[in-house]
Design a protein. Sequence first.
Length: 358
Amino acid sequence: MFRSARIKLTAWYLLIIMVISVFFSLLVYRGLISELQRGLRVQVMRNMSHIERSERAGEVPPHEFFQRSPIQRGLWVVPPFDSQVFEDAKRRIALHLVYVNLGILGISGLAGYFLAGRTLRPIEMMLDEQRRFVADASHELRTPLTAMKTEIEVGLRDKNLNAELAKELLQSNLEEVDELKLLSDDLLSLSTYQKENNNREFENVTLEEVFDEAYGTVRALAQEKHIEVHREFGDITLEANRQSLIKLFVIFLENAIKYSPEGRTVNLTAALKKNRVVITIQDQGIGIRASEIPYIFNRFYRADASRSKNQAPGYGLGLSIAKSIIDIHDGKVDVASEPDKGTTFTLALPLKHQKKFY
Ligand code: ADP
């Protein structure tokens, strides 16, 4: 598909270039021909004045001035310009212009093919990414759906299915439905935050209120695992999109809790540095291997499946959503982690939002 699109785009480039080139060649051709005619006419005039001068002096003009030609001038025959020379010159000019145009056609064909490839490359990459995303999402959707289908089929075939067994089955199905909802919520968030939307409202928000709201969402999980979340920051206000900043804190806090063994502590700090606020979220959890750190912000990536997947639910979408939110705020994120010791995420967000125009 991309090959034919590349060829079509090259053909369009070529068509445009050739229309321009042929148009200018015609202008050049006409210009040159009329200049040539003018030059030859001037020469004829000069010849005539030579003849006149010779007539006045009673001399015979040099014979190259009147040897071949139909224009009658006094006693002598004055040649107009040499039509053979003129026709030859016309043909040669036309031929030169044809060569130039063929050269332009060849060079712009190659350059056009190269440029068409470069123009289409980002689109091709985006489509590949999109395809991979759809494949990954479908794969993740299939797992709970298949589990539900199997359970329902087994239940329907069971002749001894009583109310109690049916309740168990529904309970299990509900868990799968919860998983599906989690996945669809994450997918929706991802698409929302990845949209280049400059209508998003930015307002002054305090870190304290954002933290409080975010912590409200993860409190139950923290309590269940007896994990304490300490925060250490003063009165910091920044210009941000409130809802997305809360979501960002939820993602990092939830991960810190999810990937920590019971009874550990999560520390949150924030400090002002120049015109930025630097926030750290540090946990004493299972950590991430250095080789896996470059991939954790990729969609659907879950580090070391055997450890993290068994420990915590999730689809590997949280950090990609977080990255999109950080990008919306023109921020940066860094990760430092040591397996079995813990992980520290460091975010740097500008205090003032720079409005972008797309
Ligand atoms: P999810 O948590 O749903 O798997 P994320 O995108 O939030 O997806 O995280 C991607 C992966 O990065 C996780 O699967 C986990 O392996 C790793 N990870 C993220 N945060 C932490 C953390 N605080 N401690 C250890 N590993 C983490």
